[in-house]
Design a binder for this molecule. Structure first.
Ligand SMILES: NC(=O)c1ccc[n+]([C@@H]2O[C@H](COP(=O)([O-])OP(=O)(O)OC[C@H]3O[C@@H](n4cnc5c(N)ncnc54)[C@H](OP(=O)(O)O)[C@@H]3O)[C@@H](O)[C@H]2O)c1
Length: 298
């Protein structure tokens, strides 16, 4: 089985590359400079040349706050780029795994969101991801849409790294206490993606295609997440005790950041693929270990 990864230098793309290497899956990871998914002709040419069994799209405009002011670019990448990949996959008979987000939901529901709940995005990013999903379903018969939440890793600019860097430089760390979801370590997410593709690849029936949710286990607030990041970083000897402040989304003065509850239920994935959730606190330990190893290598 051969897997092509787009957006391969992002946090999930990097983790996917590592997960494929770990289990010995033939793969080709293309970063933004090697393949721009908004270039339909380039996407078609690469797929016709490489003939992968599966494409995992980890390329995205992923900054929820910045997307509010850059809607055109956000839609070009998250919706039109997804459509390009879906059409090219269909043309060569490849399956497409499209990573999507809890932001397709409005965040107003008290219970966890299942795949049967109606999306109702409230910002540009969420809407662009929903329209990306719709394009994938429309153009590519062999598709998996995998929604996830609050992805973190030792790569790139994410809440975990921003909080850790502040703690390491002795600055107070802030986290909103009115947004609730499940942090998800990119390493766990990548293992899930690979496990899904391996099962689909072995399955004679095409009945595994469709939409699924995966988040690491354990709902929390950004504030509690920040507190745990600092506590584990102190325990790991990466930072000294520092103050963690609870704030509210309204304080962020950003329309994309609202009080919300967007816990995703991963039950459908478990009952279909037998894939269990891993805990985000365990993922946090792994991410901190990756930071430590990066420091040693530097
Ligand atoms: N991060 C989260 O909390 C989160 C939560 C739920 C779902 N997701 C989804 O998970 C997926 C991976 O996100 P991530 O956190 O890994 O994001 P990321 O770290 O921002 O990585 C995205 C990658 O896509 C690349 N990219 C941007 N425009 C591109 C284009 N036109 N063609 C090819 N590559 C392009 C970026 O490269 P440059 O930096 O060079 O532009 C970057 O390397 C996305 O679909 C995202 O929507 C993320």
């Amino acid at each position: 089985m051969k897997v092509l990864i787009t957006g391969a230098r992002g946090q999930v793309g990097t983790a996917l590359t590592a997960a494929c290497t770990e289990v010995g899956i033939q793969h080709l990871g293309l970063g933004h400079r090697e393949l721009d998914i908004t270039d339909g002709a380039a996407v078609q040419a690469v797929l016709a040349r490489e003939r992968p069994d599966f494409v995992i799209n980890a390329a995205a405009f992923s900054d929820v706050a910045v997307a509010q002011g850059e809607a055109n670019l956000c839609y070009a990448i998250n919706r039109d780029g997804a459509a390009n990949l879906a059409q090219a996959c269909e043309a060569v008979g490849a399956g497409l795994l499209y990573l999507s987000s809890d932001y397709v939901f409005d965040g107003l529901q008290a219970r966890p969101y299942t795949e049967k709940d109606k999306p109702n995005p409230r910002n540009v990013y969420g809407n662009s991801k929903l329209e990306g999903e719709e394009a994938v379903r429309e153009y590519c018969s062999r598709h998996l849409v995998l929604r996830t939440s609050w992805v973190f890793s030792a790569e790139g600019n994410n809440f975990f790294m921003r909080s850790l860097e502040r703690a390491m430089s002795g600055q107070p760390v802030k986290g909103v206490n009115d947004q609730i979801s499940c942090p998800t370590w990119a390493g766990h997410l990548a293992i899930v993606c690979v496990a899904m593709l391996q099962q689909v690849h072995c399955n004679i029936e095409p009945n595994l295609w469709g939409t699924y949710h995966y988040s690491d286990r354990g709902a929390t607030t950004r504030y509690e997440f920040a507190r745990t990041i600092v506590a584990q970083a102190v325990q790991a000897g990466l930072a000294s005790e520092t103050q963690v402040q609870a704030i509210e989304s309204a304080d962020l003065q950003n329309r994309a950041e609202e009080a919300r509850q967007s816990v995703l239920s991963s039950d459908h994935l478990f009952f279909t693929f037998g894939i269990r959730q891993r805990g985000w606190r365990q993922g946090l330990k792994s991410a901190l270990e990756a930071v430590r190893q990066g420091q040693r290598a530097a």
